[in-house]
Design a protein around this ligand. Structure first.
Ligand code: GLA
Length: 355
């Protein structure tokens, strides 16, 4: 089959009256580390993929919007300012994105869009964020103004996901889908929404392994976990204040030991994950793949035990991958509850003992 970009170009000219004025590419990501911290302003360390979503665009002279989603084999049409739910998830997300763009006070033109990608959905690779970021950036390009900063793209996408998709996601996926360069990891500070590209160490690769358990985010307890984490962090803040007032210095993990479950565990995942992300960024800066691997392993244990986003089957798969020759670290990445593992391994694995 032709590449998604070529499909977008051909189908655009075939279905609409002109060629697209431009085609936007929004990559998916493997997340090396920093899980379920983005919505609380924590740091994340995603690796943009060469797979993603392409969106062709051309402005229209009227207030109509026509969208063709080639992978869904479907189209949608609506008028700017009139945003009723359509009952189709992908179409509602697009409508939500237009509404959120207008709510930012931007003058949005009528536009024709054709979307196609090679990023599999329901695998925890940020496909929903990439889809919406592609649409938002295409509409933005059709405005013909200075491009929206990545923080604004992320905000618009989060708004659409929360209001029209029902999931209160963080900024990681749409942000990466806006600035990501395939193969180049980036440290994203989700509080300030600024990023720093980091080098990739020589002699290792990060490989995506499909767990075979596929799910949409809206089918997972994502919102529940997020709410539990928020409660845990609120309790941690109070505990810190009380410790300070008592003139004692107690570290966060010990403070959390005195808080009830599941809030203590959720917040412990956050506190330790933030530390791991900073250590992993330092490991990447000095090219230390072994240290990065250890942090991935620790990250998985925390995601499984403290955040409870894994399962015995997924843990067993992680253990199987971890035992292969040349592997330095493995974890379930993305929101969890299925999806994709990230396996860090040497590019030329040492021969196994049976060989
Ligand atoms: C999903 C969300 C992200 C992030 C991850 C978990 O991919 O879209 O915002 O919260 O889960 O780290």
């Amino acid at each position: 089959m032709a590449s998604p970009r070529v499909r977008v170009e051909l189908q655009f000219s075939g279905r609409f009256e002109s060629a697209p004025r431009g085609v936007v590419f929004a990559p998916g990501r493997l997340n090396l580390l920093g899980e379920h911290v983005d919505h609380q302003g924590g740091p994340v360390l995603p690796l943009p993929l060469p797979l993603g979503v392409h969106c062709g665009w051309a402005p229209r002279p009227d207030r109509a919007v026509r969208v063709i989603a080639l992978d869904a084999g479907a189209g949608d049409r609506f008028v700017l300012g009139q945003y009723a739910k359509s009952g189709r998830r992908w179409a509602d997300l697009v409508r939500g994105a237009f509404q959120a763009l207008e709510a930012e006070g931007l003058r949005v033109p009528g536009v024709d869009l054709v979307v196609a990608g090679d990023l599999p959905a329901r695998r925890g690779l940020g496909s929903s964020g990439a889809f919406l970021a592609a649409v938002v950036r295409a509409v933005d390009a059709a405005r013909g103004d200075d491009p929206l900063p990545p923080a604004d793209v992320a905000r618009v996408v989060m708004e659409a996901e929360a209001r029209w998709g029902g999931t209160r996601c963080g900024p990681m996926d749409p942000y990466v889908a806006t600035v990501g360069v395939p193969g180049q990891p980036l440290l994203l500070d989700c509080a300030r929404l600024v990023h720093e590209p980091l080098p990739w160490p020589a002699g290792v690769e990060a490989v995506a392994v499909d767990s075979g358990v596929h799910r949409a985010l809206s089918e997972t307890p994502y919102n529940t976990r997020r709410a539990e984490l928020e409660e845990g962090l609120k309790r941690l803040a109070h505990a810190r204040e009380a410790a300070r007032a008592a003139r004692t210095l107690v570290d966060d993990v010990r403070l959390l030991d005195r808080e009830p479950e599941p809030f203590a565990r959720r917040a412990r995942h956050f506190v330790t994950e933030v530390r791991r992300v900073h250590e992993a960024a330092a490991a990447l800066r000095r090219g230390d793949a072994d240290a990065l691997g250890r942090l991935l392993d620790e990250g998985h244990r925390s995601l499984a035990r403290d955040f409870e986003a894994s399962s015995p089957e997924l843990d067993a798969l992680v253990a199987t991958e971890r035992a292969r020759p040349g592997v330095l670290g493995v974890r379930l990445q993305g929101a969890g509850f299925g999806g994709t593992l990230v396996v860090l391994r040497r590019t030329a694995p040492a021969p196994s003992s049976e060989a």
